[in-house]
Design a protein around this ligand. Structure first.
Ligand code: GDP
Length: 459
């Protein structure tokens, strides 16, 4: 087991709350807790407490009582870090928690670095790297879907999928090595064709994981949404409707929403990261032009475009220009100002651009529920779909998957070119290592183990 000094940190939030927890982990966790905590019940001694029991008592700094609270004691190895862990529950004020922490440090612990408890859980082999990362993701999850997706990773689903692919690869490398070493017992006749099927399959699996990344990103970061429309169409009013308050400046002088605003809104559990842009139109005003350029950039980087059309005036060149930029994107067309006399209808707008059209009055709120329902439907069933599959949400995992895929494609190339079998092993091992990096495992010893356990070398 990995051995290090004993660490401590405030485990709860950095604001005032009813209860605050100071966590201590390491070989000396219990002896340190004994120095700062004395149970009220004199019969209890901290050192003899059973694992997963609690005691009520006073928390000391030297001889001074600084708070009263509860000590929860957990003994190695059945703890978060696999080390001895003590948690002091004190009152949740910043001053008190800091005092308790300082006292614990005086008693011999070191202040933990960010994520260090989880790092120990990984180093001590309780969780793999993807699980460690998912702990951080769960903590920072901004909505229930993101949390759910991270929880699947924490439970090791990603690890299981990765390990399955790694097992296949390792078996085949071990087979090639053994056959090259011991041709009498292991024949490579017809083997490349078999291997090609297996590698093809693995490439497909890697691809499947990769395609979940964009959806996964939507889940954890919110859907990158951009509101576009010509000046005065009602973009700021729409954003205000989402926000439920007057945050963006609404004005009827064309071209005044100059800068790009970003807001996060939660619509029935679906997170939209909304970029509200300056009105898009041909303009000579320099400042306004910067805004327009930014707006068009945002369109290219978005997952969803909300195109606001002023239904009370005819379509014009500005609309044409916008349409040409958003065709092919995920677009909801919002036919705004439905409370006024209509100059543009669904049929007309759909003759220029296909996509769902929602009639709305951003001012009266009429049509708002239809818009929310549509977002919901799109998210749950359609183009922004969420389902129960495993999502890749971490950019590091994506990068390693891409490397692994490249190596696997090289194997296929070597097979197709009729290369010697030992060429396959090199690239297979590369793929194996990259997949291993996702879960924090390295390769070299695995291969030796595999060869010895599965193939009796040099019989
Ligand atoms: P933007 O330039 O696209 O951001 O447009 P604004 O949101 O600033 O709106 C421009 C003008 O249109 C303002 O005077 C709004 O009050 C008005 N407006 C926006 N939405 C509606 C609507 O649904 N109905 C009516 N009647 N007026 C609206």
């Amino acid at each position: 087991m990995f051995k290090e000094d004993t660490i401590c940190a405030i485990a709860t939030g950095m604001g005032n709350a009813g209860v605050g927890i100071i966590r201590i982990s390491g070989d000396n966790a219990i002896s340190i807790a004994e120095k700062v905590f004395i149970p009220i019940n004199e019969k209890i001694s901290v050192n003899n407490m059973k694992s997963y029991t609690a005691a009520y008592g006073n928390i000391y700094d030297g001889n001074n009582i600084i708070d009263e609270g509860i000590l929860l004691l957990m003994r190695s190895p059945h703890t978060y870090t696999r080390e001895d862990v003590c948690e002091l529950q004190c009152h949740g004020g910043m001053v008190v928690m800091k005092k308790v922490l300082e006292s614990v440090i005086k008693a011999g612990a070191r202040a933990a670095e960010p994520g260090e408890f989880t790092k120990r859980a990984f180093l001590n082999g309780r969780i793999d790297l993807s699980q460690a990362e998912s702990v951080m993701d769960i903590i920072s999850a901004k909505n229930e879907f993101a949390a759910k997706s991270s929880l699947k990773q924490l439970k090791g689903e990603l690890r299981d999928v990765i390990n399955e692919m790694r097992d296949d690869i390792l078996y085949n490398v071990a087979f090639i090595e053994s056959a090259l070493d011991d041709p009498e017992h292991y024949s490579l006749d017809g083997y490349p064709q078999k291997l090609r099927i297996i590698v093809d399959n693995t490439v497909n699996n890697v691809d499947n994981l990769l395609t979940t990344f964009d959806n996964g990103r939507m889940l954890s970061e919110g859907i990158k949404t951009v509101i576009v429309g010509k000046p005065n169409a009602g973009k700021s009013s729409l954003l205000n409707m989402f926000l439920g308050e007057e945050r963006a400046i609404v004005t009827d002088i064309a071209g005044t929403t100059r800068d790009v605003l970003e807001e996060v809104v939660n619509i029935n559990g679906i997170m939209l990261n909304i970029v509200d842009t300056a009105g898009i139109r041909e303009t000579s005003d320099v400042v306004e032009k910067i805004g327009v350029d930014k707006a068009l950039d945002s369109v290219d980087n978005s997952d969803l475009v909300l195109y606001v059309v002023d239904g009370s005036v005819p379509l014009d060149d500005n609309d044409e220009r916008i349409i040409s930029r958003i065709i092919g994107k995920n677009v909801i067309i919002i036919l705004n100002k439905s409370d006024l006399e209509t100059k543009v209808d669904k049929m007309l707008i759909n003759s220029y651009i296909t996509g769902e059209v929602v009639e709305l009055s951003a001012i009266t709120g009429d049509g708002r529920d239809r818009l929310y329902d549509l977002l919901n439907t799109m998210f749950f069933e359609g183009r922004l779909s969420y389902n129960d599959q495993l999502y890749i949400t971490n950019a590091r995992h994506k990068k390693e998957l891409i490397f692994a895929k490249e190596s696997l494609l090289k194997v296929i190339e070597s097979i197709d070119m009729g290369m010697e079998e030992d060429f396959f092993s090199i690239d297979l091992m590369d793929a194996y290592e990259h997949l291993g990096l996702i879960i924090g495992e390295t390769a070299r010893d695995d291969l030796a183990d595999k060869i010895f356990s599965e193939f009796c070398m040099g019989k």
